[in-house]
Design a binder for this molecule. Structure first.
Ligand SMILES: *Cc1c(COP(=O)(O)O)cnc(C)c1O
Length: 382
């Protein structure tokens, strides 16, 4: 492993997480129980949704979201070509077909609403949006589009815990929380996310019916759980669906609760560091810093710079690596992966250009302004 001078991201862990884990160990109850219930309540309160469900990881959340919406063979799910591969893998996993749409532009690497509309067919069942870097964009437009064509809306909000959407009309003065906008939303608490529990994820929905189905699917399709029987609320169960074991355990939920308390102040620090990055990189000729002109409140998950061309991006990444500064690419164009060879992928010019030219720079809440200056100086040296 390279010993990075400045890593891509870092954990915000201290005594709070230690105490959380010790509290669970002292309780002698490890599988889904009181901590998971409390984490779900607290996460739902953040989003303002009646329901949140903790699950094993973000990919499990996406899988259950599709299943709870009855998305399956014969259905098409329109989704962004620039995304982590999980949403597309799970689309194929339930037997449906991913239809990849282009991004809005190099300055907005999110699904293009106009391209969604062009790709709607009689088989389209849902649109999946991903809040790239933690910024909610085009939500009013996409929601209207889904209503008009009777499509379900799934949010891949894995980047966007704590993000808020403000539409152009200012109808919601406090904004709408990412995860409370579509029919079902999915979150990840993987180590590099804004809430980090190692592995972990969540679903949120406003629908009682969908929440009920998600709960059943999460735990083998069973009507009661070990925890209910432990509490004496039930002593038997039926299996009413062919479900999974996608539960979160108490240790991860306790970590999630400690992390949840740090989320909003952490996101604020991420936004402040992002502003500093933008100031320092403004003068780089030919480079694009995405989301310059959007007003919503980002979770500040990623800081990305888009080079004038592929060669310069590759040279920039190599130069930073030389200085032991870690960078990444969020993301390659999904349909260009080997496993998606059989899936149609035309008209994705902007997505492909983005994958060729983007690079993700280090960012985490306790990164110092001096570290941001170092990264920017290294880029400017080029
Ligand atoms: C992290 C992530 C996922 C997958 O989450 P896991 O918890 O790693 O399964 C899916 N989509 C996006 C956009 C992500 O960033």
């Amino acid at each position: 492993m390279t010993d990075w001078l400045i890593p891509l991201s870092g954990l915000e862990y201290d005594h709070a997480e230690n105490e959380a884990v010790l509290r669970v160990l002292a309780s002698q109850w490890l599988s889904m129980g009181a901590e998971v219930e409390a984490f779900e309540r607290e996460f739902a309160a953040l989003l303002g949704t009646p329901h949140a469900l903790a699950v094993a990881n973000g990919t499990a959340a996406l899988h259950l979201a599709y299943l709870a919406l009855d998305i399956g063979p014969g259905d098409e799910v329109i989704q962004p070509a620039i995304n982590f591969v999980a949403a597309a893998n799970m689309t194929l996993g339930v037997g449906a077909t991913p239809v990849f749409a282009d991004i809005a532009g190099l300055d907005a690497p999110v699904i293009d609403p106009e391209d969604i509309e062009r790709r709607i067919t009689s088989r389209t069942k849902a649109v999946l949006v991903m809040y790239y870097g933690g910024l909610v964009t085009h939500a009013a437009e996409i929601r209207a589009l889904c209503r008009k064509h009777n499509l379900l809306l799934v949010e891949d909000a894995c980047h966007a815990a704590g993000a808020r959407y403000f539409d152009a009309d200012g109808r919601e003065p406090n904004g709408e929380m990412a995860g409370a906008i579509g029919d079902v939303s999915c979150f990840s608490f993987f180590s590099n996310k804004n809430i980090a529990t190692g592995e972990g994820g969540a679903l949120a929905t406003r629908s009682d019916e969908i929440a009920h189905k998600l709960r059943r699917l999460r735990s083998h399709g069973m009507t009661t759980m070990t925890w209910d029987r432990h509490k004496g609320h039930a002593h038997t169960y039926d299996v009413v669906l062919n479900g999974f074991n996608y539960r979160m355990d108490e240790l991860h939920a306790a970590l999630g609760r400690a992390q949840l308390r740090k989320l909003m102040p952490g996101n604020e620090k991420r936004r402040a560091l992002t502003r500093l990055y933008r100031q320092r990189l403004q003068g780089l000729v030919g480079w694009t810093l995405p989301f310059q002109n959007y007003q919503s409140e980002s979770s500040g998950h990623l800081m990305v710079a888009v080079a004038p061309n592929n060669d310069l991006r590759n040279r920039a990444r190599a130069a930073l690596q030389e200085k032991r500064i870690q960078t990444s690419l969020h993301y390659p164009c999904v349909p260009d992966f080997t496993a998606f060879k059989a899936v149609a992928a035309s008209g994705l010019e902007r997505a492909r250009a983005y994958a060729d030219r983007a690079m993700t720079l280090p960012l985490w809440p306790s990164m110092t302004p001096e570290q941001v200056e170092l990264v920017c100086a290294a880029l400017k040296d080029l």
